[in-house]
Design a protein around this ligand. Structure first.
Ligand code: NOJ
Length: 539
């Protein structure tokens, strides 16, 4: 087994984790100062969202230089120190690779837009205006749309053509049909791998190739009447385009030049398509599985999906699970605080690598941010829908303690995004000293997972007790009696008839901590919103 299979990945959004120089934005030295905390969570790897030079129109997902560190975050020397300090604590470091697009301030794009015959012109996707009347800037080459709202084309008056972008207009997309682009990106990967990073989370990896003929995307017959223009078309010429797997295989081959490095791909696709990104064990080590974010929070729906996902995995394909990230509303906001405990128990006891989002271990919630204070381009471009699509609420500063600015930055400094109103009551320091806190439950779950092969590598077996709100499964491993996990998604108490299933055991962990250690024999009264991990006994 590899570290990225048995381990837990923890995502750090670096702007919001820990500020060390009182500018209101988190940085690398801040992360270094919190490594002991990270270690105490019993996680195995940190994934750090982009830290490279960037004009920050999309908060670092607009990279101006792939081989350096943004001064806001520190220097390359700081990064090397972070890597060494993390490794010294047994923590791996995963960086965010953003190969689909660069910033419009990247040297390649500056050259590309300078003239039509510049050697870098075709590093990007330039097209003439569509034929027709009216000023050229009103005639985009086709109907492609951006994820942030609006046409996927921006007119550049200097050379009289449009360039393509599926996100912000400052994020022009690279042309992976140009023979020099992929080799250049692979060299960017080697730059970090040579420094010792343990892997990459690859941004929108399934979008990297576009239709060679730039055809219009067809209407989406399933779109709601009030759907955004982006959702009214089917993305068959901008996503999962033929040839993409060959590109991913070449990226994977670079990782395989090194020992024990990994690549997890950001891919939002239905399961049948998602699993094709494992290739024959020669593409992504893991394509992210976002279904715990996308499914309704319902025991049956989740159980059904797990069955489908487990059944769809290719031979050797290792599963993974994600509860939240910097693009999605916080789990505690989506399901409430009581279910957030159940959710962590689910994440940390399923078969497959868990990825946790910073702050979820203390139940941080979305912070409502009025439109006037929005920073996120996805919100600014869709003012009518900013509450749905805006991503600032889940990106607010980490709540470390009850001091002014929650220990995130110095008192008196204005953090780049506002702190949660509840930070005095909900913070790391407060939860450390409360044995019943989510933080301590999280640590115990992660420790149990690490200690028990049945949990970190064992098989998954669905168990049906016939109660709609209760999701149950067993994790087994030869030489061990395994664990039975019972999760109550509802507000009713349920008597679980363990005798029928012929098991007895002891509660190793419960979301209701006073129940831990109890013997479980014939029946168990599962409290509302309770989750338990039962260590099974033989016979
Ligand atoms: C996905 C990233 O997670 C998101 O934050 C970003 O805006 C887009 N890709 C564009 O890079």
């Amino acid at each position: 087994m590899h570290w990225w299979q048995t381990g837990i990945i923890y995502q750090i959004y670096p702007r919001s984790f820990q500020d060390s120089n009182a500018d209101g934005v988190g940085d690398l030295n801040g992360i270094i100062g919190r490594l002991d905390y990270l270690k105490s969570l019993n996680i195995d790897a940190i994934w750090i969202s982009p830290i490279f030079p960037s004009p920050m129109h999309d908060f670092g997902y607009d990279v101006a230089d792939y081989c350096d560190i943004h001064p806001l975050f520190g220097t390359l020397a700081d990064f090397d120190r972070l890597l060494a300090e993390a490794h010294a604590r047994g923590l791996r470091v995963i960086l965010d690779l953003v190969p689909n697009h660069t910033s419009d301030e990247h040297a390649w794009f500056v050259e590309s837009r300078s003239s039509r015959d510049n050697p870098k012109r075709d590093y990007y996707l330039w097209r003439d205006p569509a034929p027709g009347d009216g000023p050229p800037e009103t005639r985009p080459p086709n109907n492609w749309q951006t994820h942030f709202g609006g046409d996927a084309w921006t007119y550049d008056a200097h050379t009289g053509q449009f360039y393509m972008h599926q996100f912000h207009r400052s994020q022009p997309e690279l042309n992976y049909r140009h023979s020099e682009v992929l080799p250049a990106m692979l060299d960017n990967m080697r730059f970090w791998l040579d420094r010792g990073v343990d892997g990459f989370r690859v941004d929108v990896i399934w979008l990297m190739l576009k239709d060679e003929q730039f055809r219009d995307e067809p209407p989406n017959p399933h779109a709601a009447l009030d759907a955004r223009p982006f959702d009214r078309i089917q993305h068959i010429y901008t996503a999962g385009v033929e040839g993409i797997h060959g590109i991913i295989r070449q990226m994977r081959a670079v990782l395989d030049e090194y020992d024990e490095r990994m690549m997890v791909g950001e891919i939002y696709l239905p399961v049948e398509q998602l699993v094709t990104y494992y290739g024959d064990g020669d593409e992504c080590h893991m394509p992210f599985n976002f279904q715990l974010i996308q499914l309704p929070w319902d025991a049956r729906a989740i159980g059904d999906y797990i069955r489908k996902y487990e059944g769809a995995l290719p031979p050797g394909g290792w599963p993974n699970w994600v509860l939240g990230n910097h693009d999605q509303h916080r789990i505690a906001t989506r399901v409430g605080q009581a279910q957030a405990r159940v959710a962590q128990m689910l994440l940390l006891t399923l078969r497959g690598t868990p990825t946790c989002y910073y702050g979820d271990e203390i139940g941080m919630e979305d912070v409502p941010i009025p439109f006037e204070q929005c920073m996120d381009p996805a919100a600014l471009q869709q003012p009518d829908l900013f509450e749905v699509w805006g991503r600032d609420p889940e990106r607010t500063p980490m709540q470390w303690d009850a001091s002014p600015n929650a220990g995130f930055t110095a008192a008196g400094v204005t953090p780049w995004l506002p702190l949660a109103a509840d930070y005095v009551a909900r913070n790391v320091a407060g939860q450390e000293s409360d044995s019943t806190s989510l933080l301590n439950l999280y640590r115990s779950l992660a420790a149990l997972r690490r200690a028990e092969p049945a949990l970190n590598r064992g098989a998954y077996e669905e168990v049906d007790f016939g109660v709609a709100d209760v999701f149950a499964y067993r994790r087994t491993q030869p030489e061990s009696n395994g664990f039975l996990i019972l999760l109550n998604f509802g507000s009713q108490t349920h008597e679980i008839d363990l005798a029928a299933y012929n098991v007895t055991g002891e509660i190793a962990l419960s979301t209701h901590p006073d129940r831990a250690g109890r013997n479980v024999t014939r029946a168990y009264l599962l409290a509302p919103y309770e989750g338990v991990v039962i260590r099974l006994r033989r016979g």
